[in-house]
Design a protein around this ligand. Structure first.
Ligand code: HEM
Length: 247
């Protein structure tokens, strides 16, 4: 945030100050956004109410290796956004799923771009979460008192992979179908509980339309809900304890 002529943080002064040449001159749209935030803030008071969350300086020693968690979170938001729009065009039924994806490409403006963004952001999210985990491991940031945050993170890793596994079936093409047959068979080979678990997530002994509906439900309802919960725990602990020391 820039400093206005009168030296007050966040106050850009009059138009002359704003357009004056300055190395920290804000661009026009960020000026409008600041004004909008100011307008809402004087009426809703959200920065005073959530001040502890919103005013947290980042330690000076932070480097790029500490960005992987934030990038993973940003990608998750991209997935939420693109997923919401995709859900408008997708039909989770045996008869319609494949056709609805074809329609998305052929009849929906920018439908292909929307689907590709969801696909590539999902892949990138897996890469970023692994890099984030590696950073946490290498800096020893999982140790006391952050062990619970490591566990919350491990749940988030599971969620990220589970999103990928369930999302893969949704196009309902040959590749999706047989990948799910293989994946659920692998689960079935787990000692003792494997067969029950596989039958539970398939909704039967085979991969059918019932499996498609289950995977869709997990992908768009259950997993986003659990992810939001684990993210809250993850960030709450992060704020409570603070980030671990620099590398
Ligand atoms: C959706 C997945 C995840 C998201 C969005 C996420 C996000 C974040 C963010 C933004 C931070 C702040 C520091 C940083 O970015 O490096 C952080 C810290 C941390 N994360 Fe994650 N994380 C995820 C998954 C994981 C996983 C898989 C683990 C380990 C199993 C993990 C363990 C931790 C720990 C222990 C910290 C504290 C690090 C410290 O204090 O230096 N996270 N996470």
């Amino acid at each position: 945030m820039g400093e206005g002529a009168n030296g007050r943080e966040g106050d850009y002064g009059n138009d002359r100050d704003f357009f004056a040449p300055s190395p920290i001159r804000p661009v026009a749209h960020s000026f409008i956004i600041m004004k909008l935030i100011d307008y809402l803030n004087t009426r809703l008071g959200f920065t005073s109410r959530h001040g502890r969350v919103m005013n947290k300086p980042v330690p000076g020693w932070i480097n790029y290796f500490y960005c992987f968690g934030g990038i993973t979170f940003t990608l998750f938001l991209v997935q939420l956004l693109t997923g919401l729009v995709l859900s408008v065009h997708y039909t989770p039924s045996e008869a319609e799923a494949y056709r609805s994806i074809q329609r998305l490409h052929q009849a929906v403006p920018l439908g292909g771009l929307l689907r590709s963004t969801h696909h590539w952001a999902a892949n990138l999210m897996v890469v970023m979460v692994v890099l984030h985990m590696l950073r946490v491991f290498i800096t020893g940031s999982y140790k006391n008192p952050r062990e619970l945050n490591w566990i919350a993170g491990a749940m988030l890793l599971m969620m990220t992979l589970a999103f990928g596994f369930t999302g893969y079936l949704l196009p309902w093409d040959q590749k999706a179908y047989w990948a799910t047959v293989v994946g659920t068979n692998m689960l079935g080979s787990v000692p003792l509980a494997g067969q029950y678990l596989a039958a539970f997530i398939r909704g039967g002994t085979e991969v059918t339309g019932q499996t498609l509906l289950r995977f869709y439900s997990m992908h768009v309802l259950w997993f986003p809900l659990f992810t939001a919960l684990f993210l809250w725990v993850h960030f709450h602990i992060l704020r409570r304890i603070g980030i671990s020391g620099g590398m």
